[in-house]
Design a protein around this ligand. Sequence first.
Ligand SMILES: Cc1ncc(COP(=O)(O)O)c(C=O)c1O
Length: 365
Amino acid sequence: MRIDPFGLERWFAEYEHEADIMLAESGVRSLSADRFDIDPGELGYVIPTDGDPALRGTIGERYGRGTDEVVCTSGTQEANFLAFLSVLAGDSPPGLSSSTSGDAHAVVVTPTYQALHAVPDAFGDVTRVPLEPPTWELDPDAVAEAIRRETRLIVLNNPNNPTGRYHPLETVETLYDLAADNDAYLLCDEVYRLLADDPLPPVAGMGPHGLSTTSLSKSYGLAGLRFGWLAGDRAVVEAACQWKDYTTISPGIFGQHVAEQALEQSDTILEQNRELVARNHEITVAFLERHGLEWYDPVGVNGFVTVPDGFESGKEFCRTVLEAESVVLAPGEFFGHSDRFRIGFGLPTDELEEGLARIGQVLEG
Ligand SMILES: Cc1ncc(COP(=O)(O)O)c(C=O)c1O
């Protein structure tokens, strides 16, 4: 078993710390800790280790699911990881009647966040179904064609990172039906879902074959909490809990303590964040128009922009902007599209404006 290095994380590790402006962060600007009570009392493990039952109950209600159908994790990253381990790593997938011979197979809609194909690729076999520019529309027939007898998972990220494409309910339901008809799960990473003005119902609420993962990192602006969850079939959640005993044991106690408050303040926080996103979106659109750059108008705070004329590739452009203006962007190479770069416009508006002005200097230079 081998895993590919996480290209974008390594890029950030190299440049983010020293740079002036981070214009590649994929979430909304971080909230300050001082708006929450940050004293959880005793600093033990979260007990039970899959998360406070009352909190899991509250989260479960979002999906029409019970307390035992939710496991709290260290971010969406761990939730996805545990889901992949649970469904792909064993001889027979929990909760499904099929047992497979040969490598467990996953169908993954790409481009997407690297973890969503690299991890299943390490445990099993992956077929990618490409979204094509400029609209990044998802063709359910292509997903259907990619399904095999060994397929246990269809993996979707909606709204999508990096393109900002929000696949409509009808498409997601078709994918759900494909999963159900083929005795597989549809896993949807919904970490950007609550940034949509009109969020779709989550996949874990569609029926027994739906698994949803998410966290408070992106839509709430609380990445430092490292608090997320997996919701879905009880057998998958139980298998995830067994694997979690070997990963993080429990989520962090500070994360859970603040997550409880953040979920109580959901409406206020999300409204503030959506306002910021709408304002920043307008500013970014105006900037792109001014410089003749194109994107698919995104839901969320990530846009996948065409590389400006005069630059060979996303990497070349992003390196130039970094060296000349100390602004971090994300090269499209990390998503398999070297003619693009990803911009994250969820940061405080004054920082966004400063970052765009600096990119403008490079373009006009
Ligand atoms: C689609 C997607 N899933 C998961 C993550 C990781 O999120 P978390 O902070 O919740 O672990 C990211 C981060 O960029 C992401 O874009």
